[in-house]
Write a protein that binds this ligand. Sequence first.
Ligand code: 5GP
Ligand code: MN
Length: 343
Amino acid sequence: MNLEDFKDIKSLLSEPKNIAIVSHRNPDGDAYGSSLALYHYLLKFNHQVTVVSPNDCPAFLKWLPAQDKIVIFEKDEQKGIKILEAADIIFTLDFNALHRVGIKMQGVLEKVKPIFIMIDHHQQPDDYAKYAYVDPKVCSTCQMVYQFLKKLDHLEFIDINVGTCLYAGILTDTGSFRFPSTTSLTHKIVAHLIDLGVNGATIYNNIHNVNTYDSLQLLGRALKNMRVVNKYHTAYITLSQRDLLDFNFKKGDTEGVVNYALSIKNIIFAAIFIEDKKQKIIKISFRSVGNFSVNDFSRNHFNGGGHINAAGGKSDESLNDAVANFLNILPTYQEDLKQSYEK
Ligand code: 5GP
Ligand code: MN
């Protein structure tokens, strides 16, 4: 996006508008953090603003300021449709392809004719948005929102609510400032937020210290189910519907579990396969270290995508077949995995 585009957007937002902010299905900290940060910012200009989310978030995000104002499309479809139809502007945050909102909401978004503004950090964006502020090198959509406000010369409108939401998304998408996407700019932004009064320690606690006995037992099962394929520097985890039921699975309980597979020495490619009988799919998360692209891997074989080192995907097969398929594909990546490992 060039300077003219930012000028256009600034003038567009200078008059009160009907605005919807849309996040992706199965929202994470960055999706809700960025959406709610933008929400709190836009409210200062007397816009009519609503965040519409395809489905609900895990419990560890329920404390985010104004999270309770989010309209959950899956729960209140008529209300969701009305808001999307009435919007002059729709921001889509933390995703870049309309199918990421689920089939019903996608249908609505494809019919309505607002001005679409995409703010995102994933690779290979679709071209539905009039304005697309996208940088796949940036750690999080929350950092993109901060930079967006900077381009509008509106950093002064970051208050404690905006700042708290931005911090939450940066924290979660950088794995608590550990991933290589964390740059000095990320730390400068976070330092600014702390200077504004944002409490990083409380946010960390709210997000991470939320285990239950059951969720830790489920983690134990996941680690037990883990398999290592040394030849390909790969480790994978499976969780069947039975495993989830055994430990009273709640949304969010499997968050971050795949990273345990990646933490093994000499492992650079990790996957977790989670059976979802209700949706009749196997939901897969891929992670890598180095230059092995799980975005490409997932796009090519598992109907998904994301970033170089973190991507999601799905399979319509059974859990066993999805894993067998994965193991069949692995040898074709032997050279890539080896090279990435040796780098
Ligand atoms: P997760 O494995 O945590 O669900 O997702 C990892 C990353 O990949 C996130 O940035 C997420 O937005 C993205 N992602 C997850 N599932 C999909 C998918 O089905 N398609 C695409 N394009 N990206 C996905
Ligand atoms: Mn993100």
